[in-house]
Every structure is written in structure tokens, then in C-alpha cells.
Design a protein around this ligand. Sequence first.
Ligand SMILES: *[C@@H]1O[C@H](CO)[C@@H](O)[C@H](O)[C@H]1NC(C)=O
Length: 346
Amino acid sequence: MDKFQHYYSSLFSIFLLLLLLLGHVAFVSAALNLETIAFSKGFSPLFGETNIIPSSNDQSVQLHLNQYTGSGFKSSDLYNHGFFSAKIKLPSDYTAGIVVAFYTTNGDIFRKTHDELDFEFLGNIKGKAWRFQTNMYGNGSTSRGREERYYLWFDPSKEFHRYTILWTNQNIIFYIDDVPIREIVRNDAMGADFPSKPMGLYATIWDASDWATSGGKYRANYKYAPFVAEFTDLVLHGCTTDPLEEVVAASCNERDSQLVRADFANITPRQKSAMQRFRSKYMYYSYCYDTLRYPVPLPECVVDPIVRQRFKDTGRPKFDKHQHRRFKKIRGQVLGDRNYGNQEDV
Ligand SMILES: *[C@@H]1O[C@H](CO)[C@@H](O)[C@H](O)[C@H]1NC(C)=O
């Protein structure tokens, strides 16, 4: 190799390396078009501080649960609408009775009239598909739970997957990776049940042995402790606001309209069919199909005839005797800082 060839081949290697690096950055930003935030910059402890373990580069954090305590963090700011997202890896092996929650709320400030959007991962028995639920409350509407429950199509303890809660003034979308799994489109009839006050992002791990896994049939077993949930590439994108300020909306109007126009707030036909596929295959409970609970479906419900076919009046799949037998209802139970008003589990 002469000198020039060597020079060009090194140049080419550097070029390739750059391309790879750029490719990685471009991938993250194409999917989100948003920047991640360092843990200590965006978040503060909620409880169990000794069990909150940030990584040395501050891009990730582990939440541990042991026999003494669970743990949780919350965003230091509140956001008037936003895109809240993290890559999460759930604890592996035997995790019955353990709940990992990733949610937005303002319950610390508005105790009686809080808003809330939830992802809740319900512990697992090894070898079974993981289950999770999503929920929404607005202005303290705890008597009108809007939960949906689903199976995951992958093992969430094996790799990181991105979980996202998008909240605009017109819709709410729950994403897993690039798949929108639930969209709630605001309409006037919902009134204040649609979250409207600034919320923060929270993540917690705790022992919910009494109801999490098959209605308390399988309890947490601390032989497997510590249980570790890992969060990385956190995204907090929204209009930071003082929730007690009177003129909240004015300063956030511009950002609100940007958020409404963003790609991730507008589901493409292709994403819509992915969402329908997910819902018809993996959803096993929806309040929209539970006509015993809500004889008149709540105003945002769009009844999909394909999904409708799979459910009977209870909002659960037909012909599932086991789920019926284990059905258990717990009302107004306060667990940790969270009010699990009107929660049910099978
Ligand atoms: C929220 O709830 C409170 C208390 O029930 C009520 O006074 C208020 O009018 C509600 N807000 C809206 C926007 O409906």
C-alpha cells in the first residue's frame, strides 16, 4: 500500500465510523425528533432513595425493590402537555406481585382533582406472557376508571423497549416502541375527564402482592430480590409550567400547537393498522366493552366491531372461565403515593 492509499483508507474508515455514529443519532431522532435528558437534570427521588441507582453517565437509572422498600422517581418539573418517554427493562425471573408503573400525574398538588395517565406492568410468573394496563383519569374522575389490559408480544425483561405517553390538548397516545397501542381522542362530552392540568412524569416499583398477579394469587417472593427495573434514554418534552399559576395556557399555546402537529401525534394509516392488530390480538380487557360496568360506553369510546366480537358484556374475551373465576375488585385502595381507585384485576 503506498502512502496515499493508506491515507485514503484511513480517511474512509473514519468516514464509516462517523456514518455509523450519525446513523445512530439519526435513528433516535427520526423516531422521536426529541432529545433525551440526563437523570439528575430532569428527575428527583419520590421514595426509597437508597434504592434509586443512577448510572455513572447519568443517562440511566435503576429502581430497586427489596424486602425493605420499593423506590420511585418523578420529574422535577410539571408539563402542560407533553411527550414522556423512556426505554425500560423490567425485572426478570419470578416477579409475581411486583408492579412497575410509568405514569404522569399531578396528584401531589391536586389531591381531589388530579389527572393521570398510566402504564402499569403487572408482575409475571416465569414462562407466561407479561401483562400490563393503561389508564386515564381527569379532574379526580376515580369513579370512572378507563383501564385497558393487554399482553405484551415480547419479554420486557430481556431488552429495553421504549414506552411513551403522548398528551396533547386534542389526543392521548400510548406507544410501545413505534406502535401506538391506544389513542384517546378528546371530545367535548368528556369534559374535565380529559387531563387538563400540568402533570409530571413518575416511575415506581413496589410490592402489590394483594392484587397484581392473578388477583393476589401469586405474591412477591423476596428470595428473588432485589427486583430491578431499569430506565434509560429518558425524554421529557413539553411546556414546563407552574401548576398554580393562573395563566398557565397562554405561555404554552405555541408549544401546544407544535405538539399537536408533530408526527408522533398524528397516527398514519399504517400505524393505525398496527394498532388495530395489536388491540385485536393482545387486549384482554377494555372498559369500552364492559357494558355491565358502563351500560352506556363513555363518550370517547370508539367500538371496533372486530374487537367487540371477541368480548362479551364484561369487556373480557369470550369463553374465558378462568379469568372470571379469578376476577377480583378492589376499590379505593391507596398504595404508596398512588390512589388505585376502582382498579380491578384478573
Ligand atoms: C373539577 O372538579 C371540581 C371538583 O369536583 C369541580 O369543582 C370543577 O368544576 C371541575 N373542573 C372542571 C373543569 O370541570
